[in-house]
Design a protein around this ligand. Structure first.
Ligand SMILES: [Zn+2]
Length: 425
């Protein structure tokens, strides 16, 4: 057992502790208590907090970093994005895999311990597994024509069942979005999820004004694009409702679903999501980049909807640093407390992804996937500091397993980086 003391401990499941000790044994949290006596390692001016949970990424798109410029309107971002993905065959697979590997490493260096990753190709699955990054991987399906939905789902199911991965990599199916998935495909995916114990799923929802227009009227830029792509479904009828109403009527939304973005959601949508227990995943930096505006985060919290945070992919955000995402959330939602934002980036994400027993808070029995963030002199409100944009240089992973001391340095833990913190006494 090893005990770390720090000037601040943020259990998340409980109020922050000024001066606390966290005891760890065999990779698990044994206890958390106030007072700094009896520690093996005194960390001083750091905050110990649970590792962060990035509830929405697309690691396989990491190779598109800085290749799709910011747009003023969503479709002006989607079109070059689709063109870049069509050229994917011209991109060497090793480039794609290297970019995804690097993205996982930099996410970990910035304090992320668990991800919700969306994939069409399953390419990043072995990379997550090798890197030891816990993840809920969503095998995302797209198909608006309504043809062969059952076959598509059966084939995707076979593909994820064939993967041999650690139990920290949990796979399920997910539909992309209401404008790219037919009712038949939504329904086939829902059956698969129910057949597997209402397993966690996700869907992009309420991201752009064009999506709202499409569902209300059946026309607009999405209709044009679907026709251009040759995937228009002549039998499809616009539901003349909001994205949330549409998927609620369809029976797709429930407490096992993470609805991503919600930039266009209003009061009644938020009421509905709260009643259904849906977790909203907000990715505010990506929303700005793709030209859909900023999400009404203050309304999400005011309406008591469960909110998790994600970065989205490197195709629409500059890095996968969740502390950067928190800083943007803080900027656009000054009325939301730093504490609430930190909870979203930890416990709410872990719960939504189905990893609550392992991640998201500092509680006895959970995995010791903990961060020590250096707090500069002069900072008195640590929670506020943690949502102001922390850089990897200030972040250290706590070693989770005691190992023989080797003269100096910390016992070896999940982080291979040299410790910048004081050596154990
Ligand atoms: Zn996404």
């Amino acid at each position: 057992m090893i005990r770390f003391s720090a000037n601040w401990v943020l259990p998340v499941s409980d109020a922050p502790i000024d001066g606390g000790v966290v005891a760890i044994d065999e990779g698990r949290i044994v206890s958390v208590a106030s007072g700094e006596t009896g520690a093996d390692v005194a960390l001083g001016r750091v905050a110990i907090l649970p590792s962060l949970v990035n509830a929405h990424t697309h690691l396989e798109l990491s190779y598109l970093h800085r290749r799709i410029p910011p747009a003023q309107r969503f479709l002006d971002w989607v079109r070059p994005m689709l063109a870049a993905r069509r050229e994917r065959t011209a991109v060497d697979d090793t480039v794609i895999l290297q970019a995804a590997t690097q993205a996982i490493q930099s996410a970990r260096a910035a304090g992320t311990g668990l991800m919700g990753d969306v994939t069409n190709t399953l390419a990043a699955v072995p990379l997550l597994d090798e890197a030891g990054m816990a993840a809920r991987v969503f095998h995302e399906l797209i198909g608006f024509t309504g043809l062969h939905a059952d076959e598509q789902v059966a084939s995707a199911r076979r593909a994820i069942d064939a993967l041999v991965v650690d139990e920290d990599i949990r796979l399920s199916l997910a539909p992309h979005a209401p404008y790219s998935v037919s009712p038949a495909l939504f329904s086939a995916i829902r059956h698969d999820l129910d057949d597997h114990g209402s397993v966690v799923s996700t869907v992009h929802l309420g991201e752009s004004p064009e999506e709202v227009e499409f569902l209300k009227t059946g026309s607009g830029p999405w209709r044009v694009l679907l026709e251009e792509l040759g995937v228009w479904n002549g039998a499809w009828q616009a539901p003349r409702s909001s994205p949330v109403e549409y998927l609620t009527e369809m029976g797709f939304l429930d407490a096992s679903v993470l609805a991503v973005h919600g930039v266009q959601f209003e009061g009644t949508d938020l009421d509905r999501l709260r009643a259904l227990g849906v977790t909203l995943v907000s990715c505010p930096r990506s929303n700005r980049h793709v030209g859909v505006g900023s999400p009404p985060l203050e309304a999400f919290y005011a309406m008591d909807v469960e909110v998790a945070i994600g970065t989205d992919s490197l195709a629409s955000v500059d890095d996968l640093n969740m502390f950067g995402e928190l800083a943007e959330a803080r900027r656009i939602a000054p009325k939301v407390s730093a504490r609430a934002l930190l909870r979203s980036a930890t416990l709410t994400g872990a719960r939504a992804l189905g990893f609550e027993s392992e991640f998201g808070s500092i509680e006895a029995g959970k995995r010791a996937a903990l961060l020590a963030v250096r707090v500069p002199d002069g900072v008195s409100d640590v929670e506020e500091y943690l949502v102001s944009g922390v850089e990897p240089a200030s972040i250290e992973w706590l070693p989770s397993t005691p190992a023989p001391r080797r003269g100096s340095g910390w016992p070896e833990g999940p982080s291979k980086a040299n410790s910048r913190f004081p050596t154990p006494r």
